[in-house]
Design a protein around this ligand. Structure first.
Ligand code: G3P
Length: 216
């Protein structure tokens, strides 16, 4: 499973990229606003840190406007992945961009039928929002399971990019089902490393090592 980080905070992206475990980055207008940075500038900076796909989202709602914005965004770097909303105009834009060889991430997916449409439109990635689905009384993990089944039935190549991930159990469930990518806030990625027995084990080994008086 590929790991993307869902943030526009450069320090966090650098720290995670340094682990060698980061495969890409996703942003959205809310994350750009939170960073307080200029959209174009921060996207260009992120694209230099990772060679993986960097999702940059259009804000126009009509096809022509989306195409205009995508044109500006895709000039930033080769690894920019244009993020479009799951609407008729969004999927029209997706079809046009992917047939030109541009990566597209279709976002705000809340149903398996929407994911089916995105795959038919040639999306590189579909982003089902697990956490927001859960928040509204639906099972976000069931959504991932349905999309996996449908994509496998028809051998669609669109990658399932599980988004709106809130905790490590979401990641575990996505990995069990076979989501292709998980995009996570930095804190969730860091939490995956942690286990109380790992910490306790290190503590015990170091205490015993100290007793030997040796060095390596
Ligand atoms: O980038 C899209 C998605 O990951 C947003 O997550 O936590 O705002 O629902 P969240």
């Amino acid at each position: 499973m590929k790991f993307f980080v869902d943030t526009a905070e450069i320090a966090d992206i650098r720290e995670l990229a340094d682990t060698g475990l980061l495969d890409g980055v996703t942003t959205n207008p809310s994350l750009i606003a939170k960073s307080g940075r200029d959209f174009m500038e921060v996207t260009a900076e992120i694209c230099k840190i990772t060679h993986g796909p960097v999702s940059a989202e259009v804000v126009a709602l009509d096809h022509e406007g989306m195409m205009r914005e995508a044109e500006v965004l895709r000039r930033i770097a080769d690894n920019v992945c244009i993020k479009v909303p799951l609407t008729i105009d969004g999927l029209k834009t997706c079809r046009k961009l992917t047939s030109d060889g541009t990566m597209v991430n279709v976002t705000l997916c809340f149903s398996a039928n929407q994911a089916l449409l995105a795959a038919k439109a040639g999306a590189s990635f579909i982003s089902p929002f697990i956490g927001r689905h859960d928040d509204n009384g639906f099972d976000g993990i069931d959504l991932i399971r349905d999309i996996r089944l449908i994509y496998d039935n028809y051998s669609f190549e669109t990658e399932i990019l599980a988004a709106s991930i809130r905790h490590p159990v979401h990641v575990l469930e996505c990995a069990r089902i076979g989501a292709d990518v998980a995009t996570m806030p930095p804190a969730v990625i860091k939490s995956l490393f942690k286990h109380v027995l790992t910490e306790k084990g290190i503590e015990g080994f170091l205490a015993d090592w100290a007793k030997t008086g040796q060095t390596i």
